[in-house]
Design a protein around this ligand. Sequence first.
Ligand code: FEO
Length: 394
Amino acid sequence: MAVREIKQNIYAVGSIDWDRRLFDELIPLPDGTSYNSYLIKGSEKIALIDAVDPTKRHELMANLEQLNINKIDYVISNHAEQDHSGSIPQILELYPDAKVVTNQKCKGMLMDLLLIPEDKFLTINDRETISLGNKTLEFILAPWVHWPETMFTYLKEDRILFTCDFLGSHLATSDLFVTDEARVYEAAKRYYAEIMMPFRTSIKRHLEVIKGMEVEIAAPSHGPVYQRPEFILSAYREWVSDEVKNEVIVPYISMHGSTEKLVNYFVNALIERKISVKPFNLTRTDIGHLAMALVDAATIVIASPTVLVGPHPLVVYAVYLVNALRPKLRFASVIGSYGWGGRMLEQIKGMTTNLKVEFIEPLIVKGYPREEDFKSLDKLADEILKKHKEVIQQ
Ligand code: FEO
């Protein structure tokens, strides 16, 4: 990525990863990503805010060379995950006088993950500041977005908040700033769903802190920079709120057509009751789409055939993820089929211990569904409608 100027003496010097398609060997990246690193030239000192993924360190180095940066005084590490910290050791080799500035927790993690020696660190506390001469950096500890050591850095004079992963989006784009809010909204919501959703309670606190600050630009370390921070802050406020939408998501698998027959009937029954429904055939689902649907939905209905004695392994995978992401779902149920027996229902319930949901009467049918099974699905749809009316303001 070319060097871009955000404001005078403030540069984006990171890297765009156009081709990356998987993060953490888990998360699909349909639109690639970027590792944003920022250079701030004060009248006396120079700071680099976060670095880049180690696979892209040559691009960061080239950008620093292009700017004729002969010394860096501070390398600010807002987050120890390697896509931002992994090239810090090389930065320290190139700029041996630089100090890594971060909080105590992040320092320990950088020592563990990257074997950076302890004498390379300058440790800061919450709301502490360092001066670059005519510019001041303030550090705001913001644990659990999404690791325990995460923090924000605020450039006071320019009112820029550097948030690392928080508010970010996995989006490779040549736009330095957000130009297409609808596109960024989708990417940022996917990012929130996959990375941030388990930490809703912490995020609420951090949003309150940010509300008390003057932020003209929000600069995350993935995706474009926000010149209108309220756009992404208001989206986050909605996503972390306790409000749920009149939506049901139905992750499902069918092996011989029985469960699919149930799902198709049930989806139509929900549509007839004016309930939004999102079925996900797990043989071809991008888990990012499933995660995004979980941000708002009131209800999940898991649909599976019985394999040996339990749910289909792809259903197990999906339920495990749903449970790990801790969405604000209120209701859950299970539908499915079996040939001769099994413990599918108990096993699925046993995997959802993080979900604060009320279970609604499930429907597990033997073999191919019959007329009375469709009546049971109508009853399930009626019950969901009733429950939604109780908790959702229309
Ligand atoms: Fe972008 Fe948690 O690293």
